[in-house]
Design a protein around this ligand. Sequence first.
Ligand code: FPP
Length: 234
Amino acid sequence: MKEIKLPVHLALIMDGNGRWATRRLRPRAFGHRAGVQNMFRICGHAFHLGVQIVTVFALSAENLTRPQEELDELYGLFRTFFDKKKDKLLELGARINVIGDLSALPADVQVSMRALMEETAQRTASLLNICVNYGARQDVLQAVNRAVALGRFVDDASFHALLLTAGVPDPDLIIRTGNEMRLSNFLLYQAAYAELYFSPKMWPEFSRRDLEKALVNYASRSRRFGGLRGKEQA
Ligand code: FPP
């Protein structure tokens, strides 16, 4: 891919795993397994191209209302990839940061997630945020409550510091697959000026080439952050 302006922070809503499997007359779990494989493929390619931060929506707070059988399948995938097959995550070369309320997860999964965060804590070249039992409204509310408890008024910078993404620059580009055009409680505060890209493809079939197309599209956009930039400015 030729040199283009890349997002520093790319966020991914990996939607459509279940539908991809159902259309193939396979159980939803088959789609989630394919979704994880594609997460490695796409995150690896993004880092390879020079994106520094990738944030993936692996499990929303609202997803916890899904049938226990599906949740157990997802917890099983976390168990596998944060423990037995953690090399797949380690090979991405990034610092791994799990974001969300981990207390609702099985204890052994919490332990392996914390261990992997610690193991990669010294890595500085790139960062992979994995959002698990994450909800943006819940995050905003916990930040507000912390500010109140501290007896502080906040501004944008000090509010950012209370969010679960503290220290991470806002996403430049959010890609959602699965032919849905909404943010579904993902990074709502941080997404104020994110560029949005929606793909009709289901996540397991979103390819490296599709990622490159999204990045080229991002590079063509004029980001004005509410001001006047470029041609319009006299
Ligand atoms: C939404 O698609 C996606 C999820 C609920 C989970 C996505 C999670 C992964 C790909 C696994 C992450 C794993 C690790 C190890 C970090 P859906 O399957 O609900 O799609 P649907 O709308 O077609 O039902």
